[in-house]
Design a protein around this ligand. Structure first.
Ligand SMILES: Cc1cc2nc3c(=O)[nH]c(=O)nc-3n(C[C@H](O)[C@H](O)[C@H](O)COP(=O)(O)OP(=O)(O)OC[C@H]3O[C@@H](n4cnc5c(N)ncnc54)[C@H](O)[C@@H]3O)c2cc1C
Length: 437
């Protein structure tokens, strides 16, 4: 069949109405082109899970005035890093109420839906409750998608179908995720009165707070926990690398229950009612696992392209900006009437110049080093931080010099001088690879 004879043909199809897909679709629509955005959920955001925070700078690039009408929960003004021991904790906290917000907590079910409605206002055709089953490929070029109902054709298909991206795998752009390259995360939303949240987190009605949690039930495992304050609920969860679960018979929600019961956390959520429970994968492979981002007639954006900066907990911003860059590339390709592999490779070039690939490159060696040393960094050293402060704050008549000596001797029993030198060397190598190209 020639293209002219085809029914159900549009200029661009975007699969997946998360932040990446919506940003790609709206960029194409704003340039005056036809774009269909296909989402499997009953509405955009209905299936989406995150911590979480959206980052104002990235959102503004797509929705310059979003602060006026988007469903935002709280402006995040405090970031706490908390190391949980058995029954103690050490917290480092940074608080600043920037005039221009850096990030906001949001509920994805509300926020993604708002973004999708804005996209519709700008001409994006949103098709919900429709699963794209596979891509249609002719002469090694992606020319459309098959849904359970119909086949749809397009000059360009943008894959924004999230971390599993069966579609990118179908055409060989991506491989299956290895267990060490993804974290399984579980999250609960706990309803709490607004004033209770304000009192417990020392914020007012519009301000909010983030906790990054280390250790606790995740001690020695490659995993992190989080707490975000919403208007009248708390999001609490954790993500642990999948391969931890192949080694040990533990379940993610058992780890979360233990975190919720920790003496430093339980008072924060006391009296709350769990109103939502969800689980999702987070891509963690970093720079080395980012696939080729385009092919003939196709581009891949957001989590589908493994674009997550796990060091800084950034994902939605990478999704939105990659979506925007893919959308811009689609516009150039449509105006040239050339959607070949070479033309769409401009998207890869734009990505290399953006903060996205630069940041992922900066942390390219992080996961290798962390995997090598995780039992040491995430068990011995984390425990020692709490042990140090326990020693430092103790007042039991023991002379302080004796306390310090005892602490150091105990430390060296767990980690030899040779081991310490090898850890210092690993850290130096990591810092070198972060700071020097
Ligand atoms: C627990 C957790 C906490 C996180 N915390 C943060 C945070 O605080 N800040 C942050 O910036 N990032 C965070 N992230 C990462 C962030 O959520 C993702 O990076 C971001 O959602 C990626 O956006 P996306 O549009 O690429 O994919 P998604 O948001 O996953 O959207 C993909 C969309 O595609 C749809 N879809 C999938 N397959 C098909 C199909 N075949 N047909 C039709 N539709 C389909 C899905 O229903 C979904 O709507 C977190 C992630 C998790 C799991």
């Amino acid at each position: 069949m020639t293209e002219l004879q085809r029914e159900n043909k549009t200029e661009v199809i975007v699969v997946g109405a998360g932040p990446a897909g919506i940003s790609a679709a709206i960029t194409v629509a704003r340039a005056g082109h036809d774009v269909v955005l296909i989402e499997r959920g009953t509405f955009a955001g209905s299936k989406n899970v995150f911590g979480g925070a959206i980052y104002a700078k990235a959102v503004k690039e797509i929705f310059p005035d979003f602060e006026e009408s988007a469903p935002l929960e709280r402006k995040l003004i405090e970031h706490k890093f908390s190391i949980l021991g058995e029954d103690d904790s050490t917290v480092v906290s940074y608080r600043k109420n920037h005039e221009e917000a850096v990030s906001y907590s949001v509920i994805r079910g509300k926020f993604d839906r708002w973004m999708a409605e804005e996209a519709k206002k700008e001409g994006v055709i949103l098709v919900e409750e429709t699963v794209v089953r596979e891509l249609i490929v002719e002469d090694e070029k992606v020319v459309g998608v098959k849904t359970e109902l119909e086949d749809y054709y397009a000059d360009i298909v943008i894959l924004a179908d999230g971390v599993n991206s069966l579609l990118a795998r179908q055409i060989g752009l991506r491989e299956d995720i290895e267990p060490k390259d993804a974290a399984i995360s579980v999250k609960e939303v706990i309803k709490l009165d607004k004033n209770t949240i304000n009192d417990r987190f020392l914020v007012n009605d519009t301000e909010g707070c983030v906790y990054e949690l280390f250790g606790g039930s995740m001690l020695g495992k490659l995993g992190l926990g989080f707490i975000y304050t919403n208007k009248d609920s708390i999001s609490i969860g954790l993500g642990v690398t999948l391969d931890e679960f192949t080694k040990e018979k533990i379940k993610p929600y058992e780890l979360l229950d233990k975190i919720k019961a920790h003496p430093a956390i339980a008072p924060l959520i006391k009296g709350g009612e769990t109103i939502e429970y969800s689980a999702h994968l987070i891509p963690e492979g970093g720079y080395k696992k980012v696939p080729t981002l385009s092919g003939a007639g196709v581009m891949i954006v957001g989590d589908a392209a493994m674009l997550v900066n796990n060091m800084h907990w950034e994902g939605t911003n990478l999704a939105m900006i990659s979506g925007k860059l893919a959308g811009e590339t689609a516009v150039v390709a449509l105006s040239k009437k050339d959607t070949s592999e070479d033309t769409l490779a401009r998207y890869q070039e734009a990505m290399e110049k953006s903060f996205i690939m630069k940041d992922l490159y900066t942390y390219r060696n992080l996961m290798d080093i962390v995997h090598d040393k995780k039992e040491i960094f995430l068990d011995i050293y984390l425990k020692k931080v709490n042990a140090f402060f326990e020693m430092f704050t103790s007042v039991d008549g023991t002379p302080k010099r004796e306390l310090y000596r005892k602490f150091i001797i105990n430390f060296l029993k767990e980690r030899s001088i040779k081991g310490l030198c090898s850890d210092a060397w690993a850290i130096l190598k990591l810092v070198w690879s972060i700071l020097v190209k």
